[in-house]
Design a protein around this ligand. Sequence first.
Ligand code: NOJ
Length: 538
Amino acid sequence: MSGTSGFETIWWQSGTVYQVYPRSFQDTDGDGVGDLPGITARLDYLAWLGVDAVWISPFYRSPMADFGYDVADYCDVDPLFGTLADFDALIAEAHRRKLKVILDFVPNHSSIEHPWFAESRASRESPKRDWYIWRDAAPDGGLPNNWLSNFGGPAWTRDEATGQYYYHAFLPEQPDLNWRNPDVRAAMHDVLRFWLERGVDGFRVDVIWHLIKDEGFRDNPENADFEAHQAGINRFQQVYSCDRPEVLDVIAGMRAVLRAYGERVLIGEIYLPIERLVAYYGPGLTGADLPFNFQLIQTPWRADAVAALVEEYEAALPQGGWPNWVLGNHDQPRIAARIGEAQARIAAMLLLTLRGTPTLYYGDEIGLGRVPVPPERAQDPWGRNEPGHGRDPARTPMQWEDAPHAGFSTGTPWLPQSADAARRNVDEMRDDSRSILTLYRRLLALRRDHPALSVGDYRGMQLPPDLAGDVLAFERIAEGETLRILLNFGSAERNLALEDGSAWTVLLSTHAGRSGETAQRNICLEPDEGFILGALSV
Ligand code: NOJ
């Protein structure tokens, strides 16, 4: 059994996070792109849904080469999204509803248009030269090393002005900052303080495992398992361009800034296997509070594979390290697109019953799938560089009601919406007891009402081999309460013996109309059905 029962939990442990991609949540000025006043206007919805915190993807000043992940001013709002006053109103209104606000901090790279980069590139003698990563050509006149951009092509671009190359892990418009330079650290700590002073409750730190690169800029080794269909970057193992040990020091520095402001949260975006991921809690938990755990996105959708994953993750967590789970985000195919609508309900129940902080991605609660984006409307620069990698289908505007553009905007939305938007929208689904939106809301309510779900211990249950491939079973246990979760990942009915003979009641099923049923010896899961069972008090 794994857990921490008995210890005091804090909001980012017991609560749930909801990610808003601001371009796609709610537009208030008719330009087809969402904005901060739009998010404020929808806070009542988030409170109604029952989440605790909203993480907002970047809204800073930006030329939008990577839709805001290329920041030209870390301390201002891009006019496309509104003003600082709009942000202040948003945070005040969120706090009034007891919702926390988490910002997306993008410290690995700035925009090529950031004044720091303009100064840095101006001359080799510039006082800010060392704020970015400049290298000479290799002795043979080639690129400084073999590092590749995550968005295709080399990670080095030659700058005519000074004849050196600068490093960019993403687009050439996103030069990497040099976090080995103490002035960069100090400037970035000031950015954190700027937003903390405005009341933000934490940060999700973009590509946190990239912040420090190998001091000697050694070539990355070839990847023996590379398959041609993979993105170009996978040709090499990214062992020197990221995940360097010194990065933990940088993270501890950021976290220390946050701690001066009380219980704020530091979430790190990290795509690494479990054994490396958990290192980001840092020595003595001085690292990220929540190193994002993307394993559910990467694991085959089978009950036995997920059971093994949960065991492995729980066992790998350091003492006191708090777990977390994610089903999707703005960089990944949507969960309903990956596993289908019926299983998306199982995924919702899994996400909200596992031990650890769940992060929901906007639109998953209405079961949005892969929204087709015709080539002439494609937006994502990655998809343009490397066809097949476009992230647009998972970033389409939220669907609120049966109205033009589903109530998202009075203008033409920057990306299309789903063909079934007249039905698949919040307004149509909120009072429908069978909708996935109702399921999400009930799950969130149960999680609030039952400490066993939010902070209880986790105990995996062994099932007979004929069931284990399809059914995932576990318990969540808090003082005085044990809940049992049964999830059918398969499309056949499954009968389960309830072993100990105690009586259970269905607190919630993924299927409408079964709550309140009771069971003693056996229980029958319909195809694609999940249960949260509570002990029946007699
Ligand atoms: C990760 C972000 O989530 C993604 O959207 C972005 O393109 C890259 N980092 C670069 O900032």
